[in-house]
Design a binder for this molecule. Sequence first.
Ligand code: NAD
Length: 435
Amino acid sequence: MQSSDYQEILKELEVGFDPDNIYFQTITSILQAAELIKLPRNLKIILAQPQNEIMVHFPVLMDDGSYKLFKGYRVQHNNVLGPFKGGIRFHSQIGLDHIKALSAIMTIKNALIQLPFGGAKGGLKIDPRSVSHSELMRLTRRFTSALQSHIGPSYDIPAPDMGTNAQIMAWMADTYTVLGPQNLRLEGKGVVTGKPLEFGGSHGREKATGQGVVFIMEEILPEMGLSLSNISYSLIGYGNVGSWTARLLSRHGSILKTVMDHTGAIINKKGLDTELLAKYVEKTGGLAGFSGGKSITEDEFYSTQVDCFIPAAMEQMIDQKRAAQIQCKVVVEAANAPVTPAGERVLVKKGISILPAILCNAGGVTVSYFEWKQNRQAEVWEPDFVDQQLQKMMSAAAQRVKKTAAKLKCDMKSAAYATALEYLGKVYNYRGIFP
Ligand code: NAD
């Protein structure tokens, strides 16, 4: 059998065939979409590898007087559109391929929304729940100092992701400005987004990713005969993205039937109280023991019949087995890459639509862009203005994806990737490749 261009490129770049590897899966999706729009081969090769892969090791003083060595990553995938941009994750199960995949996804996501940013991602191999507040601060500051010469408000701008939050962003911004030149203290805090409101953050950033998910659902679900005012849904993850998506959906009348996080899964057929659950999870760290729902097994969670299924936790959770259990009309990808290619094939075969992550969860980076803009102009935008601008940009991106899907007669995910790649292709065409 003759191998296609993308298989040749993977071979040329020595990306081994490994269907379970998230980097292999991500690059394959990008290259397959690139084939749909006949992107020039040289651009496919550029986009199939990150520009810079930074790996750091550093010691941190622990509360008991011992020193522990930590491993951190920052992968800068592409900056043809502007400074590298993407989250920093604190998690015990991350590796270089994982961060490389997420950095490539950021390039594509930023191009889809047409933000003036390239793509990057970072991570620290640590379970943030396993360290004290002061240890967390020391390791955040040491990690930031190790990255000091690789990041900057005009070069690479991290943001929160899994296991990180506004407090961690504040420590990063403070460390970066303290270590930087005296006369750049004001600009320095623009090195990260997702900061606390009082320290250069933006209104609406904390809920931004969930808000973006809801805007996309509002835009697309009615075309599938579904209305936010009466849909039922299942949710994986009740952290930043999951809990905000749920709380905002409740304001429309949607019913959260089942939810699962790292501590267990619960059900309430009449609908879980999303605000009470958010307060409970904030206090206890997980949903196990919440009295407003009945505990269920993971198999029961996946098999519950709902209108929408919203993964908002880890990557690759919906594999072949889980996809076979899911009973819904549409999967709304709030997490990055939550469905494996094998899982996707099963969902498609069952007639389940998938709203792609690079569209659904782009609200976070979009409001990060607003924060960066406000920092540069020393401005503070009103909350309603942030929401209006976010809805405008998310809706425009959704329209572009729908147009591409109709033109190429393809699914929404391929259309989202193709739309982004077409934009990147145009920019490369104007800029050319140096020298
Ligand atoms: P978070 O750390 O705030 O929450 C993560 C949630 O996932 C928690 O509820 C946790 O219990 C749950 N979880 C972890 N492991 C699990 C497991 N094995 N089974 C079930 N649940 C599990 O993270 P977040 O910021 O909400 O990010 C969630 C996803 O959204 C990630 O894929 C992230 O990359 C993506 N994302 C986040 C943002 C953002 O602004 N925070 C933006 C875009 C995309």
